[in-house]
Ligand binder design. Structure first.
Ligand SMILES: C[S@@+](CC[C@H](N)C(=O)[O-])C[C@H]1O[C@@H](n2cnc3c(N)ncnc32)[C@H](O)[C@@H]1O
Length: 326
């Protein structure tokens, strides 16, 4: 497939850098763990890879069918969670891949649609479920106790005033619309109209991460990638939040035999008993000024990448085989 013109829906963050990290040789098979609007998948196809892409959002899979047709047999789309991507691919006879990319978080398609309930800038049902099943944001906010809500806002949104916001949410229940929630948060934080950063940003991010168990999924996804990559296979992860980046960084450090102390002032841990499953990771990559100017979302993006060794995967996993890739 030849390169297509830039289109904001298909112009994902750090596209060239991700393709460079995957180091695709034409004819290889690569996985896109977060298909979204297919921006990375298009670039991977254009580089000559056969691609198997996954997304937990049924809308992304349905809307991706046009690209499946365009790709002439080179693209397979799979509905499901990347935390079990090795099992999903195994069921389709794919036991190993040459590269895998994760683009963590919410897609612009999810954010732009009022009815998905992800955005504090649009009024819609308070939903936020990527997979469109399970407990919605409204269900959780209307049942959780104040301390639980405050913890989520603090840990996943870095919201310093988490207790104040949680108290206001509990007092305003029941909540059913994103607009209602955004105005409760703005009022609690005494948001002056026209202030540059909307104070609802952090809480909406935190609630979304909680509803979709995004951090647990990220950890499971990295372990699934470890099982799925063949020796020499490349892993690339783009994240948008410091907590996510910390998970990726410490996974790669640990699996490449590095120092996993939370602080260099802590005593050194005993060297890992198991052989490193990744070579020492490449330096992290951040978007350049031009990309940040073109795409404000890029400002918080970080790409980390590493190459798989031939050592057996550390994690047991969801597949029937042990250490598929080795
Ligand atoms: C940032 S978007 C990806 C955008 C994509 N790289 C592109 O170029 O269009 C993230 C996508 O990952 C999906 N996603 C998030 N967590 C997931 C998970 N645990 N399993 C599968 N898909 C997930 C979301 O539904 C969303 O469509």
């Amino acid at each position: 497939m030849s390169e297509l013109p830039r289109d904001p829906r298909h112009d994902p963050v750090l596209r060239e850098e991700v393709i460079a990290a995957l180091a695709i040789t034409p004819g290889e098979r690569h996985a896109d763990a977060t298909f979204g609007a297919g921006g990375y998948t298009r670039a991977m196809l254009a580089a000559g890879a056969a691609v198997v892409a996954c997304d937990r959002d049924p809308d992304a899979i349905a809307e991706g069918q046009a690209l499946v047709a365009e790709a002439g047999g080179k693209l397979t789309l799979v509905h499901g969670r990347f935390g079990e991507i090795d099992r999903l691919l195994g069921e389709r006879g794919i036991e190993a891949v040459d590269g895998i990319v994760f683009d963590i978080g919410v897609s612009s398609m999810q954010l732009d649609r009022d009815e998905r309930g992800f955005s504090f800038q649009k009024d819609g049902p308070l939903d936020m479920r990527m997979a469109q099943e399970g407990e919605s944001a409204a269900d959780w906010l209307n049942r959780a106790d104040e301390a639980e809500i405050a913890d989520v806002l603090y840990h996943y949104g870095d919201e310093r005033q988490s207790r104040r916001v949680a108290r206001a949410i509990v007092a305003a229940r029941p909540l059913s619309r994103t607009g209602e929630l955004a105005s409760v948060i703005r009022k609690a934080l005494r948001h002056p109209p026209g202030a540059p950063k909307d104070p609802a940003t952090k809480s909406f991010q935190a609630i979304r991460i909680h509803i979709n168990a995004e951090l647990d999924e990220l950890k499971a996804g990295l372990e699934a990638a470890e099982r799925l990559l063949r020796p020499g296979g490349r892993l690339a992860v783009v994240s948008f939040h410091s907590t996510e980046d910390r998970i990726v960084k410490s996974f790669l450090r640990e699996r490449s035999g590095g120092d996993v102390r939370a602080s260099r002032h802590r005593p050194a841990l005993a060297p890992p008993a198991r052989a490193a499953t990744f070579h020492p990771p490449a330096r992290k990559v951040r978007p350049g000024k031009a990309e940040e100017a073109r795409n404000p979302r890029a400002r918080s993006a970080t790409l980390r990448s590493a190459v798989r060794t031939a050592a057996p995967a550390w994690s047991g996993g969801t597949t029937t085989k042990e250490a598929i890739s080795c």
